[in-house]
Ligand binder design. Structure first.
Ligand code: CU
Length: 283
């Protein structure tokens, strides 16, 4: 979720945006078994969110539909008790170091290309939230600074319900993914952060002939150059320690990479450089 400092993420996301404008991706339609829950649709444009200002607490499927020409994601955070929306927005202007201690990362649908859509299910607790897009425009301006931050109030109480049935689990650690090597693109997967730091699980579809090593090399360039070896197709946005989302990949069969771009506050390195990048096959 975090892309506010000068790092290679900025450059390669910009390059992905350019590439995405001339690539048609084979989006699957429908939400599979996610249809059993209420759905909150978040539409993104360049650069705004369209979403209800108030939603009910509880288990909800959150879908992003990207109507823009940029890449976008929908990071949801809940404000810590006693933190006001004004305080959180003020801290955000100072940077992630000031902002992150005030909030809990509750996930949300991950990075998608123009025309893309993706969905996750999660439990919204009552309280004040923010919806954020940390992707940066080609000039380096983060989308949060050009309109993509929106307050979201969650009201009511969370009703008890059985855990959703899943086909498997993706566990986020400091700093690796523990997950199956093969996923069923039509099933649902539980994603849980068992690390200490904030983590995400963003899915990228590999271009023909490209490998996870190509992705790592591309993203580690300073600056990145050449055509991107993979394109974003959703996933799960930043989860704080213990956080859970249910990912509905809804992806066609193929070769993918799961990656975490969030920077380590200590070293400043994106987590994928510390090990949070894995190849995965979707069947
Ligand atoms: Cu991470």
């Amino acid at each position: 979720m975090a892309k506010q400092r000068k790092n290679p993420t900025r450059t390669f996301l910009s390059r992905l945006i350019v590439a995405a404008a001339c690539v048609t991706l084979p989006w699957a339609v429908g939400l599979g078994d996610a249809q059993a829950q209420p759905t909150m649709v978040i539409r993104t444009t360049d650069h705004a969110f369209t979403v209800p200002a108030t939603v009910r607490a509880g288990f909800v499927t959150v879908q992003i539909i990207n109507d823009g020409k940029d890449l976008h994601h929908a990071q949801i955070v809940r404000l810590n008790p006693g933190v006001t929306t004004a305080q959180a927005l003020g801290a955000l202007r100072q940077g992630l170091g000031a902002f992150l201690p005030l909030v809990v990362g509750v996930g949300g649908p991950g990075l998608v290309a123009p025309g893309g859509r993706a969905s996750v299910s999660l439990t919204l607790q009552p309280g004040d939230h923010l919806l954020l897009c940390f992707v940066e425009s080609s000039d380096g301006t983060p989308h949060v600074a050009s309109g993509m931050v929106k307050p979201l109030r969650v009201t009511g109480a969370v009703a008890a319900r059985p855990a959703p049935s899943v086909a498997g689990e993706l566990v986020l650690h400091d700093f690796r993914f523990a997950m199956p090597q093969t996923l069923n693109g039509r099933e649902t997967y539980r994603v849980v952060n068992q690390g200490v730091q904030l983590h995400e699980a963003i899915f990228l579809r590999l271009a023909p002939g490209k490998t996870v090593d190509d992705v790592k090399a591309f993203f580690s360039q300073h600056p990145a150059s050449g055509p991107p070896p993979a394109m974003p197709v959703g996933g799960v946005q930043g989860l704080s320690r213990g956080g859970v989302n249910y990912h509905h990949p809804n992806l066609p069969a193929g070769e993918y990479v799961v990656i975490c771009f969030i920077p380590d506050p200590g070293s400043g390195k994106p987590h994928f450089e510390l090990g949070m990048i894995s190849a995965v096959t979707v069947r």
